[in-house]
Design a protein around this ligand. Sequence first.
Ligand code: HEM
Length: 497
Amino acid sequence: QVTKPKPAAPYPPGPKPFPVIGNIGDLTAKELWLVAATWAKEYGRITYIHVFGQGLVFLNTPEAAFELLDKRGAIYSDKPKLVMAGELCGCENMVAFTPYGDTSRRQRKLMQTALGPSSIKTYHPLLELETKPFLKRLLADPSKYQDHIRRYAGGLTLLVVYGHQVESSDDAFLKLAEECVSLLSNRIASGGGIWPVDIFPSLRHIPDWFPGAGFKRNAAIWKKKMEEFVDKPYEFVQKEMRKGTARPSFVSMLLGNETDGKDDKTDAQMDFDVRWTANSMYSGRLDPTITTISHFVLAMVQHPEVLKRAQAEIDSVTGQNRLPACEDRERLPYCNAIFTETLRWGVPVPLNLPHRLTEDDVYDGMFIPKGSLVFGNIWAILRDEKLYPDPHSFNPERYLEPAADEMAERRRDPRPYVFGFGRRRCPGANLVESSAWLLMVSMIATLDISKAIDEHGREIEPEIVFENAVFRTPNPFQCSIRPRSDHALKVLMQEGA
Ligand code: HEM
């Protein structure tokens, strides 16, 4: 969309664009957050660039992000209309793609029901139950640690959302879901999800057989898969409910509660909302969870002293006779600091997900045109040395030292930034607090995580490569994951499941 500059107020600063094509040369598919951080240093709280007239805005400080994405949320909460991902690949009703309006509000309300603090407490026993099989699978084949995290998060989500118990890695729903999440993040949304057809929507009309129309042929195949991903597990719950054998789950609870005595229109709307919201909980969960736990593993590999201190803290609470549980949290301040620092240091979604501005706006004397895509620069905020001295170091101690005052204490907590902003803020934040935390402390309690050793007995430095454009997921790196001791292994094996 081409927007005309308003002469009254200047655009926010940014690298100089070329005529027509704008800043296309400044964009990179890999680690764009590093480039955006250099802009933040050069231009301050806000950066503006454009590509073929499409404005892209980066908000580089907490103040700018809160002021626009939160306080002015009424006009900063829409989503870009992505022709490829949305219309052609059939993802347009996933929560992260839904335009701001009645549907997105209804979807988020449903998520709030499933993922609000009081619901999360009811999942605690389930989380504790699923942790043990995860640790056993991890120890059986540690080199595939990312696959095990994927399987853990996927299996748990199928259970909580659809009441489907995954018995093995060959489970049909699990495989379908993994295939689709991988399609979504590695193909459909690779390169930030922007395809030529998103910039030139008329390309959607070129015939499928036309040279260069490969994207349309792919989209048709991917759309079919995505539809199966949305429909099959949902229809499974409906069938189980008709038979009276459905396990309690997000879907069965909502369908059971809400459809009684309503008219057909309400039922159809509920059916649509629950179907897509359930699917979004799966799609939204996987990548950031894998990313967060991978950064935790990396931090432990690089900081053996942190792991040792955390193990001692857990031992003092559990007496080494059991695995840690959710209710131990208050007695584990050092482990809590590791968790907080992992969220900050890992920055799983470094440039947030884009919000679309629906009205022209002026911020601090700068003009931001309607239709701009607005990115919260989470990376720049969490690497700001004024907020976090020595920001590139993994240092849990930073949260244990008293802050100058209450305001400073609040400002150094990464949570208000790491999960995004305003009316599109991550609905899974409460779940992460329980499930990722429990996974980390259980790993600390039972495992030694360190550098891998080569055939000459030398330590191998992990090689860290980022390829995903949206999530800061390190590619699997070499490391050693072993039982911490025979005793720890015995406790794990004794604990049933
Ligand atoms: C450490 C783990 C996680 C991190 C760091 C994270 C981060 C984020 C961020 C930055 C956004 C964009 C927010 C915005 O646009 O302002 C987001 C959106 C979203 N997240 Fe998460 N997330 C995590 C885990 C989860 C989990 C466990 C779920 C589901 C159970 C989930 C579901 C979603 C959904 C559905 C959206 C789209 C919300 C919308 O557009 O309205 N996320 N997340």
